[in-house]
Design a protein around this ligand. Structure first.
Ligand code: ASP
Ligand code: MG
Length: 426
């Protein structure tokens, strides 16, 4: 008998019909002889609606109360799901985050799980019940207050439950079929991957891929949890996310296939670029600039410096569009102290990243990227690399075309256009 943890996103439980469909899927898994623990998100756009409501009664809602409010979304879906399972003749019990033993630090709205003590869940499982847990929430031991884990936190709830209970697999259900070699809405010939390594998945998620949340993948990697990302709306196999030393359970023993060098191409339109023009080319200026930027709360990604013989340099960096205004304000305030000449802001950039663990052992991977971009006449504005990733910044309106060409150049194109429910991945 296997223990399977399943997570259903908001789009999978958006209304009564969907909840019944999910209940049936859970019951089928139980019927097949498995123990089942489910982490569920709030129905549809509930979390956004609750955030809107909060904003209408208070400009800056108190974090403790906001968590109290948001945690109620998942309580609605968990109770309805348990009821629906009962009506199919199966025992199911719902538990809030605190009841499930999700213990977190005290950071409201961005709490981290510190320990999971699933005593009540084990009891319920031992008594033959299906266990339903409210996603995205926990309790802090010191304050005894309810916390939430941040947007998309139900993925992390599911993985943490899988780790604490020693589950065989953590299935993450959403409205897309799995992890693709690229976003199928951008690259129609993208293919579903049968597996991807967790380090590749982390790079893809950090660079624009939206199906799985980074924190959940990190947690799974640290605790050796096997993730299977798949669709609520089909019974197709999805994508396995493999941690260190894990094998794709669908691949026949001893027939390990040659791994492709590149796993996928990620695209991201959410960043902006700031250029600090005419920075005195003396030691310490970059430190000054990035201290100011960090203090503004901005999360810097790529950095490029061009030093000119004039004794002044231009420093460009990218950051989330939503961080740009604060960073610009902070830099402008210190312009005379730092001694730079001007600030430029560009929010029309796109970032394209090629990700693959095979880059470690293969040469010429970047040459393929640059060659493909040059044949389409796409100009590269910035370049950055990690051990298993190459990213370039291009014009935002050229990103889709660039992604299609690069996808083809690495031999990733499928034979037919991917049939994708144009889902949100949630
Ligand atoms: N309901 C929360 C959100 O929308 C948590 C989740 O869906 O994972 O962010
Ligand atoms: Mg949601």
């Amino acid at each position: 008998m296997a223990l399977i943890v399943q997570k259903y996103g908001g789009s999978s439980v958006a209304d009564a019909e969907s909840i019944k469909r999910v209940a049936k899927r859970i019951v089928d898994t139980r019927r097949a002889g498995n123990d089942v623990v489910v982490a569920v998100s709030a129905m549809g756009d509930t979390t956004d609606e609750l955030l809107d409501l909060a904003a209408q009664v208070a400009p800056i809602p108190a974090p403790r109360e906001l968590d109290m409010l948001l945690s109620s979304g998942e309580r609605i879906s968990m109770a309805l799901l348990a009821m629906s399972i009962h009506s199919m003749g199966f025992d199911a019990r719902s538990f809030t985050g605190p009841q499930a033993g999700m213990r977190t630090d005290s950071r409201h709205g961005a709490a981290r799980i510190v320990e999971v003590t699933p005593t009540r869940l084990r009891e319920a499982l031992d008594e033959g019940a299906i266990v339903i847990v409210a996603g995205f929430q926990g309790i802090n031991d010191d304050t005894q207050d309810i916390t939430t884990l941040g947007r998309g936190g139900s993925d992390t709830t599911a993985v943490a439950l899988a780790a604490a209970l020693g589950a065989d697999v953590c299935e993450i259900y959403s409205d897309v079929d799995g992890i693709f070699t690229a976003d199928p809405r951008v690259v129609p010939l993208a293919r579903k991957l049968s597996h991807v390594t967790s380090e590749e998945m982390l790079e893809m998620a950090a660079n624009g891929a939206k199906v799985l949340y980074i924190r959940a993948v990190e947690y799974a990697r640290r605790h050796g949890v096997l993730i299977h990302a798949r669709s609520t709306f089909t019974s197709n196999e999805g994508t396995y996310v493999l941690g260190e030393g894990m094998k794709n359970p669908r691949e026949p023993e001893g027939e390990a296939m040659e791994e492709p060098i590149v796993a996928g191409v990620a695209t991201d339109l959410s960043q902006a670029k700031i250029t600090v023009v005419g920075v005195p080319d003396v030691p310490g200026k970059a430190a000054e600039i990035f201290k100011i930027v960090a203090k503004s709360g901005a999360n810097v990604d790529m950095i490029v410096q061009n030093a000119a013989p004039t004794g002044r340099a231009d420093i460009s960096f990218t950051l989330p569009k939503s961080d740009a205004a604060a960073a610009l304000r902070a830099l402008a305030a210190e312009q005379s102290d730092v001694g730079f000449e001007a600030l430029l802001h560009d929010d029309q950039i796109g970032k394209l990243s090629v990700v693959g663990a095979g880059m470690r052992t293969h040469s010429g991977v970047s040459a393929i990227l640059f060659e493909a971009l040059s044949t389409t006449g796409v100009n590269i504005e910035m370049i950055s690399t990690s051990e298993i990733r190459i990213s370039v910044v291009v014009r935002g309106d050229e990103l889709a075309e660039a992604a299609r060409v690069v996808h083809a150049a690495y031999g990733l194109d499928g034979e037919v256009e991917a049939v994708v429910a144009a889902g949100t991945g949630r």
